[in-house]
Design a protein around this ligand. Sequence first.
Ligand code: SF4
Length: 184
Amino acid sequence: MRILLHTCCGPCSIYPLEQLRQDYEISAFFFNPNIHPFLEFKRRQETLLAFCKSENIPVVDEGVYGLEEYLRKVTFNEDKRCQICYQWRMEETARRAAEDGFDGFSTTLLYSRYQDHEELKKCGFDLAEKYGITYVYQDLRVGWQYGIDKSREYGMYRQSYCGCIYSEQDRYDPAKRKPKSKKI
Ligand code: SF4
């Protein structure tokens, strides 16, 4: 069974590829207009492409930088930005998989402990129905530490925030951090 795997970055692809390759023929799809700014996007893209090359995984699309389109989609809906972001990236994957004759699709986002796993699960099954294609769902979070250890061993670039400029501010701006509860 041939599946198109949406890949968000190199480190998050290690465990999903290792697992899914046992049962499926995988091609990678790098569609991440949510990664900003440009040099960060290039760094994650290059890391992923180098990893796929070393693993002999074909990449059907290397993606382009999508700041403007991303901002148009989430402006005035910032509180729902992750849902919009998942839906967009997964729908492109499902649509492309159906167009290119793959049997199914999946995403490395299912590996992350930081993403809304239930939302990703639901989104994938809804898209499977819409495009008449199989959603290969597995809870890949079980390999979280394994993927981290391997990415360090490989000397891979490891990003410190999710991707969008909002998540970068959440990560580094002290004003965005949740206040600690006061001691009574
Ligand atoms: S925080 Fe992450 S998942 Fe949410 S919108 Fe930003 S890049 Fe997308």
